[in-house]
Design a protein around this ligand. Structure first.
Ligand code: PRP
Length: 177
C-alpha cells in the first residue's frame, strides 16, 4: 500500500526538466562525432523514467540496452548484496558505453557494474546519474555526468521506489519515515 506521505519535494518537475536538458547537452558535446553508435545502458528498474527522458536529449546516434540489478530488496537501506537479475543483451566490446542510473548512494551498485563491464573491454565506459547522495558514499567512484546532489533522506519518485511503489511520481520527494 502506498499510504506514506510525501513530506517534501526534493527535485520538482521543472528542475528535473532543466537537469535532464543540461545532462543531455553535456553528453552530446562529449560524444559529438562518435564513430559507432553510443551504447546507453540503463540499470533497471530505477533508471527507466530518467533514461527515457535523457536519451531524447542526447543528439548523437545511439542504441540502448538494459541490465537489472537489485540491492535494496524492499527496505529503505542498501543491503550491499547486489544481484544481477538480467544481463545485457548485446556485447559491449570496443563500444563507447554510457551507464545510466537514477541514484548513486553507497556507490556499491555502480562499482560492481563498472568492474563487471570493464572486463568486457568496452572502448570507453562513462557514468551518468540523475541523483547523487555524497553523504552516504562508501565506495569511491567517479561520476562523469551528475544531475543533482541530494541530502541523506529517503527519496522516492521519478523512478525511485519504496517497496516498489511511488516510482510514478513526476517529481522526487521525501517519504515520511
Ligand atoms: C537503487 C538504485 C541504484 C542503487 C543505488 O536500486 O536504483 O541502482 O540502489 O544504491 P547504491 O549506490 O547504494 O548501490 P535498487 O536496488 O533499489 O533497485 P531498483 O533500481 O529496482 O529501484
Amino acid at each position: 500500500m502506498q499510504d506514506h506521505k510525501i513530506t517534501k519535494i526534493l527535485v520538482s518537475e521543472e528542475e528535473i526538466r532543466a537537469i535532464v536538458q543540461r545532462l543531455g547537452s553535456e553528453i552530446t558535446s562529449h560524444y559529438h562525432g562518435i564513430e559507432k553508435e553510443l551504447m546507453v545502458v540503463g540499470l533497471l528498474r530505477g533508471s527507466f523514467i530518467f533514461m527515457a527522458d535523457l536519451v531524447r536529449q542526447i543528439k548523437v546516434p545511439m542504441v540502448v540496452d538494459f541490465m537489472t540489478l537489485s540491492s535494496y530488496g524492499d527496505g529503505t537501506v542498501s543491503s550491499g548484496d547486489i544481484k544481477v537479475v538480467m544481463d545485457l543483451d548485446s556485447s559491449i566490446e570496443d563500444r563507447d558505453v554510457l551507464l545510466v542510473e537514477d541514484i548513486v548512494d553507497t556507490g556499491r551498485t555502480f562499482s560492481k557494474v563498472i568492474r563487471m563491464l570493464r572486463n568486457r573491454n568496452p572502448r570507453s565506459l562513462k557514468i551518468c546519474t540523475f541523483l547523487n547522495k555524497p553523504e552516504t558514499r562508501q565506495v569511491d567512484i567517479q561520476i562523469n555526468f551528475c544531475g543533482v546532489d541530494i541530502p541523506n533522506e529517503f527519496a522516492v519518485g521519478y523512478g525511485l521506489d519504496y517497496a516498489q511503489g511511488y516510482r510514478n511520481l513526476p517529481y522526487v520527494g521525501v517519504l515520511q519515515p
